[in-house]
Design a protein around this ligand. Structure first.
Ligand SMILES: Nc1ncnc2c1ncn2[C@@H]1O[C@H](COP(=O)(O)OP(=O)(O)OP(=O)(O)O)[C@@H](O)[C@H]1O
Ligand SMILES: [Mg+2]
Length: 173
């Protein structure tokens, strides 16, 4: 799709953007979160997870960063699909694609929804239907993102999962 960009003015706005993505998240979705250290990937992922779980009637306070565990999963079941989950990956420390395969990556692709920090660590394993969400500085330069401030979010890809249509609907709300 033609990339869509948003300027996000601070961490609370990033969390709020996560809440709106949670409204359109579906089973089988993959959101690949790109951006340097401290860009705001986890802030956004937490926003999505907290809103999705609150909406499903199982709110949660603690959403730890899966830096050491590679993945944290959260139950996201409903009457139709009690076993559904959200998987939050942080692949910064991933040594090889085998490790995610062992975690059940292939089965999870259709069964659950996935938010993936450092998705490039997956190489060819990252499915084509993934929504690519890149976080950088509003003026386009990259580098360390310490501190408060604005971020630029660029959304692209995801045609196979109808992301462009869903994001359009979001923009019109
Ligand atoms: N507009 C913004 N959006 C998101 N975070 C922001 C923003 N402005 C400042 N921040 C701050 O930047 C930090 C982002 O940290 P976060 O853990 O979300 O980044 P990350 O991309 O997941 O980093 P890592 O690569 O280490 O996992 C937080 O301290 C947050 O408060
Ligand atoms: Mg992170």
């Amino acid at each position: 799709m033609t990339p869509i960009t948003y300027i996000i003015e601070g961490p609370e706005a990033m969390t709020a953007f996560g809440h709106s993505l949670a409204d359109i998240l579906q089973t089988g979705d993959i959101i690949a979160l790109d951006g340097d250290l401290g860009a705001g990937k986890s802030t956004l992922a937490r926003g999505i997870i907290e809103a999705v779980l609150a909406k499903a009637g199982s709110p949660i306070d603690d959403i730890p960063s899966p830096t050491f565990t590679l993945v944290q999963s959260y139950p996201w079941g409903d009457a139709d699909d009690p076993g559904r989950e959200i998987w939050h990956f942080d692949l910064w420390r991933l040594d090889g694609a085998d490790e995610v395969i062992e975690l059940g990556f292939d089965e999870a692709l259709h069964r659950h929804a996935m938010l993936i920090e450092w998705p490039d660590r997956l190489g060819d394993l990252l499915p084509e239907q993934a929504l690519r969400l890149t976080i950088d500085h509003p003026d386009g330069h990259d580098g360390h993102n310490d501190g408060e401030g604005a971020r630029r979010l660029t959304l692209s890809g995801g045609e196979a999962a109808a992301w462009p249509t869903r994001l359009n609907a979001l923009n019109q709300q």
